[in-house]
Design a binder for this molecule. Structure first.
Ligand code: PEP
Ligand code: MN
Length: 310
């Protein structure tokens, strides 16, 4: 990927860890959970307490919702951000929330610990520049019509503004398949790990759109090398104002977290893939580097510009 200067994998294989109020993204599994949308103080605070109890390290919740229809619930805006702030004070969880407009970046940044750039805005270059200037940690979702190369170039826009706190998130792409809401591209996790030093998460909620698929695809994402997950959880999914079919109940989330922790321990025991496959460059084992003992190192190890090489 010839145009990547700052996002490209480093020759020594070291990888970036983004610190969010002490939560280290890129160093062991990090789980961000919470409702699709902030709908009320009660719904958000109750969900925040529940996901914290389940083991989430950060709280997500949209106050600005980029909806397909202009008549659908658009989010609570400033009121929603204030509710997220309350939830943060109750639980201590850092807040991840989406910003959709360049004019909002600085004041949304006063409430957000991580600014999320949604799939629909991945290539909104002025927004990328603005969040780059903010210096806040940025969660950059993959556009639903975007290649890995386009996605990494969008990370480059943020990095080029002097902001090195970029976290990527695979959330599914549009394909001919319509059974699922999107096609969750787990191979993109390995592609990112080969081509970049940036941490990469997976969002199995938007990636599938189907509640019962969130658990298996979360486990699959961990095996595929994800540094973490972003999962939608709602105290009462059937009454949710957005994405009701994909949000987990708190009990389902807690069970999933338990299974993830057990899988993580098992992968530690399993060890990394064939060390020869993980030694060809970006994946080389080094301090904080590609192969992390949990089997999450890139398995390809080809040189940049050789996609698919083994
Ligand atoms: C979200 O996470 O709230 C969201 C809208 O996701 P995406 O941008 O991936 O569709
Ligand atoms: Mn959603």
């Amino acid at each position: 990927m010839k145009d990547l200067k700052l996002a490209a994998a480093r020759p020594d294989g070291t990888r970036t860890v983004v610190d969010v109020l002490g939560v280290r993204v890129g160093e062991g599994l990090v789980v961000i959970a919470g409702p699709c949308s902030v709908e009320s103080e009660e719904q958000t605070v109750r969900t925040a307490i529940a996901v914290k109890e389940g083991g989430a390290q950060m709280l997500r919740g949209g106050a600005f919702k980029p909806r397909t229809s202009p008549y659908a619930f658009q989010g609570m805006g400033l009121k929603g951000l204030k509710i997220l702030d309350k939830a943060k004070r109750e639980t201590g969880l850092p807040i991840v929330t989406e910003v959709i407009d360049t004019r909002d970046v600085s004041w949304v940044g006063e409430y957000a610990d991580v600014l999320q750039i949604g799939a629909r805005n991945m290539q909104n270059f002025s927004l990328l520049r603005e969040v780059g200037k903010s210096g806040k940690p940025i969660l950059l979702k993959r556009g639903m019509h975007s290649t890995v190369e386009e996605w990494l170039n969008c990370a480059e826009y943020i990095l080029a503004e002097g902001n090195d706190k970029v976290i990527l998130c695979e959330r599914g792409i549009r394909t001919f398949e319509t059974y699922t809401r999107n096609t969750l591209d787990l191979s993109a996790v390995q592609a990112v790990r080969r081509e970049s030093h940036l941490p990469v998460l997976v969002d199995p909620s938007h990636g599938t759109g189907i509640r019962s698929m969130v658990d298996p695809m979360s486990l699959a994402a961990l095996v595929a090398g994800a540094d973490g997950l972003e999962i939608e959880v709602h105290v009462c999914p059937e009454s949710a104002l957005s994405d009701k079919d994909q949000q987990l109940t708190p009990a389902q989330f807690s069970r999933l977290m338990e299974r993830l922790r057990r899988l993580e321990a098992f992968m530690e025991e399993l060890g990394p893939a064939d060390p020869d496959m993980a030694s060809g460059g970006a994946a080389a084992s080094s301090p904080g580097g590609g192969s992390d003992g949990a089997g999450r190192g890139a398995t390809g190890g080809g040189k940049s510009g050789e996609p698919g090489s083994r």
